[in-house]
Design a protein around this ligand. Sequence first.
Ligand code: DQA
Length: 144
Amino acid sequence: MKLLVLNGPNLNFLGIREPDIYGRQDFAALEEFIRSAAQEFQVEVELFQSNYEGALVEKIQWAYGKMDGIVINPAAYTHTSVAILDALKAVSLPAVEVHLSDVNSRETFRRISYPGMACERTFSGLGFEGYRQAIQYLKETYGA
Ligand code: DQA
């Protein structure tokens, strides 16, 4: 099974940005964590991070016909991006949304998720572990 794992804007600043909210581990540590979770569940992962909405849309389109599912932390685009929602709907691959922080217990504008409307599950507030649970869910639901 092949999964695309997408991370949106400012996640490359993990460890630097608001560590009380997002933790002290950096983005390289997150990527390592995701790779080891993928190994645990015997899935192949393609990792992609961008600060650009269009680049995330293009990567979702790229996944069509190549990947079996998508794990996405759209970061700030969660709360604004109909384009990412439409891209997920367009490829119609099983998708799971992840947030490091608990978006529902923060500012009210973080309670709306457009990409989440095309996702089967959301793991929020679990830190890195949310990515592991997302991979596990897709493997157990769709994996060979
Ligand atoms: C985030 C939550 C978003 O509200 C925020 O804009 C982010 C990160 C999270 O992982 O907790 O950049 O997606």
